[in-house]
Design a protein around this ligand. Structure first.
Ligand code: ZN
Length: 485
């Protein structure tokens, strides 16, 4: 059981240390320049019990870094650009790549570290004694990042003053922040991630006329004053903030001083420069993966149930267990009527005492003025435990280093882009003997990425229930962006 894992099998510090070491061993390409650039890191770790169940083998199967997200106008209809390059999302996509190869091995009669035949024809299940956990070097952006500051914490944001004053300040600072981004931004449409270290002063245009619309599903969560910080309150109390904005048509942030700046428990989209992004915050995505699994709709054709994380470990830094519980668990805990292979699972939430030395706080402490302005690293690194080309470094959603002319060509595609993951999935289907094909893929005329996703009926039913009951305002991806093949 998990308790056994925690006390005997692994500790949060051990997991953090494995992930940092793995990062340190990767080649330099795409890494931040020490003391000047910072980034975020996330990993998926495979845990395998030994046969006597006394030890557990830990293996990083996917690692991601990155801080950026592209705006809606830079999205591609060919599925060949990474829209969301936050480390957590890169790590999940790399994990899908890994799982696809593991399934390929399983269907073609080679041994897989992860899968064994399920009880249903054409379906596979995770081997007994195998589980996955998720590590992220920082509190995920969005809802989990909103919590009261405490006296002992380094305060990454300036305390909030009166709204009126702050509003005029923000106008000025926003321009400054944007020009800052102009210099560091590698290309059009990208914007630095919001996270709780960096974005307070860039956190959106406030509109004082905005009214708070209560979200009934989250009503009880909407009052941040329910918090009881574990350390003495500072005076005046203030919130850690997120730059991710509330989704359109939902409750807006009150933007009042101190604890009343944000609404809590609501869906948020990552900030984009110029135009809005369609990418949900990492808090929202982690909550969704908690129920639907990390494998996505395509691989769910082959699986008897979703693959969920048994634990989420966060590196040293600003952290609130209560906010993590709310963002990742409470918002979905009431969901009922899921298909039988799905359930409301609750990952264990833990924090490590080890800091990622390339995070914002550490980078700032090492920074000297001669190095120029501190900035987020523009590249995203994906590494996954696959046999061919495990490393994939991107910037602006395409392979790093491709010329403008090459954008849109095969060479420019990231191996974890939608279209590349789709093609790996089609290879898996092609390698599966007809008699062993999952029922949902038999005798159907499926062509596009959209077709294959929609055909994953049970997964889609689960998503419908989750959306209806917990996330009715989750924006839908425009269908025209998913019709590639
Ligand atoms: Zn994020």
């Amino acid at each position: 059981m998990l308790t056994k894992h925690l006390s005997i099998m692994w500790s949060p510090d051990e997991i953090a240390s494995i992930c940092y070491n793995h990062f340190n061993k990767l080649p330099k390409r795409g890494k931040p320049e020490a003391g000047r650039e910072w980034t975020l890191l996330a990993s998926v770790i495979l845990l395998t019990d030994s046969s006597d169940q006394k030890t557990v083998h830990k293996q990083v199967v996917s690692l991601g870094t990155g801080t950026k997200c592209i705006g809606q106008s830079a999205m591609s209809m060919k599925g060949d650009v990474l829209n969301d390059s936050h480390a957590e999302v890169i790590a999940r996509r790399g994990c899908v790549r890994y799982l696809t190869e593991q399934l390929y091995k399983a269907v073609s009669g080679q041994s897989s570290d992860v899968f064994c035949p399920g009880t249903e024809e054409g379906k596979w299940t995770v081997k007994p004694g195998v589980s996955f956990l998720f590590f992220t070097s920082q509190t995920p952006c969005g809802d989990a990042s909103i919590f009261p500051m405490t006296g002992s914490q380094a305060q990454p944001c300036e305390p909030v003053k009166a709204v009126q004053k702050e509003e005029s300040e923000r106008r000025g600072l926003k321009r400054q922040a944007e020009s800052e981004l102009e210099e560091t931004r590698p290309g059009p449409g990208m914007k630095t991630s919001d996270n709780n270290h960096s974005s307070c002063r860039k956190s959106g245009d406030s509109n004082q006329d905005e009214v708070i619309i209560e979200n009934k599903a989250c009503n009880q969560l909407n009052d941040v004053s329910h918090f009881q910080p574990d350390v003495k309150k500072v005076c005046p109390p203030d919130l850690h903030r997120t730059g991710a904005k509330c989704v359109p048509d939902g409750p807006a942030d009150p933007l009042k001083p101190g604890l009343l700046y944000h609404s809590v428990g609501v869906l948020r989209v990552k900030p984009g420069r110029g135009d809005r992004t369609l990418s949900l915050s990492c808090s929202d995505k982690l909550a969704r993966w908690g129920i639907l699994g990390i494998q996505g709709a395509l691989l769910s054709h082959y699986l008897q149930g979703p693959i969920c994380f048994s634990a989420v470990v966060v590196g040293k830094g600003s952290y609130s267990h209560q906010a993590m519980e709310r963002a990742l668990k409470t918002r979905c805990s009431h969901v009922r009527g899921l298909p039988s292979s799905f359930s409301v699972r609750a990952p264990e939430l833990l924090q490590a005492n080890l800091e990622f030395t390339h995070n914002h706080t550490h980078t700032e402490s090492k920074h000297t003025h001669s190095q120029g302005r501190i900035s987020p690293c523009g590249a995203a690194i994906s590494w996954s435990a696959v046999s061919q080309q495990p490393l994939d470094v991107t910037a602006n959603g395409y392979k790093q280093g491709v010329t403008k002319k090459a954008l849109g060509t095969l060479q420019a595609r990231s191996l974890i882009s939608k279209v590349e993951l789709f093609h790996s999935f089609l290879k898996l289907v092609a390698a599966t003997e007809d008699s062993h094909l999952p029922e949902t893929l038999r005798g159907k005329d499926l062509r596009t990425y959209w077709d294959y996703k929609q055909a994953a009926e049970t997964y889609q039913q689960a998503w419908t229930q989750l959306r209806l009951q917990a996330f009715p305002l989750w924006p839908r991806s425009p269908r025209e962006l998913l019709l590639f093949h």
